[in-house]
Design a protein around this ligand. Structure first.
Ligand SMILES: NC(=O)c1ccc[n+]([C@@H]2O[C@H](COP(=O)([O-])OP(=O)(O)OC[C@H]3O[C@@H](n4cnc5c(N)ncnc54)[C@H](OP(=O)(O)O)[C@@H]3O)[C@@H](O)[C@H]2O)c1
Length: 251
């Protein structure tokens, strides 16, 4: 039990399930979860204690930080190093969630587009700059969670999700290529489905809903098995999710 895992955005739907899936792994000594909010970290710690028990709660370490701004990201890096050391074996980046818009772009404000980038792109970018070096130190693995962007959502009135989803997937692909030979594994996992705690509660619609618990297990499997270096794993169905959980890579 020596490995260190870190989840960026670990209080969110996908991030919290990922943190819990890491906590179940016997090889992992500590699971660091970053959030901008101490209150959210306290709530997650409480949930872990009540649903997973004292041992899991003892492995959980919350770090308050905001990777969306460069100075704050450096400050977050210092806190992570102080709490867990300068080697991170597994990092999962699962921050932000793009706003959906039903307005055409011609009547969408600049501020709304900027908000989408602030939420989806800049936290992933800032975190990569300060957390990737720690993953590189460990020769570990870094997993980017992205969304469908144009592959799933392109159409009138989808500017929010499409633009923010496109930036996150473009960012992940370039970052993976730039560090392909740097001694650690990087993988993008693109969810082209909806992910929530209870898919059975979602109304029928054009988008399939899958469980966040499965999403967390799939991301942890990708991080630990390290079979999908500089690859994008696209989740479009439960079958693909199951394959990723079992194999850490999908065909
Ligand atoms: N859920 C889905 O259906 C779905 C589908 C496809 C792709 N995705 C992608 O998966 C990722 C996670 O989605 P999710 O559903 O888990 O979202 P979520 O529940 O809203 O959680 C996202 C987390 O990101 C953090 N965050 C948000 N804005 C941030 C910012 N400006 N700076 C730093 N951290 C920020 C928040 O943490 P704190 O407030 O604690 O800091 C939040 O807990 C997103 O990139 C999303 O696009 C989700």
């Amino acid at each position: 039990m020596t490995k260190i895992a870190l989840v960026l955005g670990g209080t969110g739907t996908i991030g919290s399930a990922t943190a819990m899936a890491f906590l179940k792994e016997s090889s992992i000594a500590k699971v660091v979860v970053t959030s901008r909010s101490q209150e959210k970290l306290d709530r997650l710690a409480q949930e872990i204690k009540s649903t997973m028990g004292e041992d899991a709660a003892g492995k959980f370490l919350g770090v308050v930080g905001d990777p969306g701004h460069e100075d704050a990201a450096k400050d977050m890096q210092a806190k992570v190093i102080a709490a867990a050391g300068d080697k991170i074996d597994y990092a999962v980046s699962a921050m932000g969630f793009g706003w959906f818009s039903h307005d055409p772009l011609a009547t969408t404000s600049r501020a709304k587009i900027a908000e989408a980038l602030e939420m989806q792109l800049f936290p992933a970018f800032g975190a990569w700059k300060v957390i990737m070096p720690l993953v590189k130190n460990a020769g570990g693995s870094y997993v980017f969670v992205t969304g469908g962007g144009p592959d799933t959502f392109l159409g009138p009135g989808t500017g929010g999700l499409t633009i923010s989803g496109s930036t996150s997937t473009a960012f992940a692909k370039v970052a993976m290529k730039e560090t392909a030979q740097d001694g650690f594994t990087s993988t993008e996992v693109s969810f082209q489905v909806g992910v929530c705690r209870d898919p059975s509660a979602m109304p029928p619609g054009p988008i399939a809903w899958l469980s966040s618990k499965d999403a967390g297990s799939a991301l942890v499997s990708v991080a630990l098995k390290r079979k999908a270096h500089v690859k994008t794993m696209v989740i479009r169905s439960q079958e693909i999710m199951n394959e990723l959980i079992a194999e850490g890579i999908a065909s």
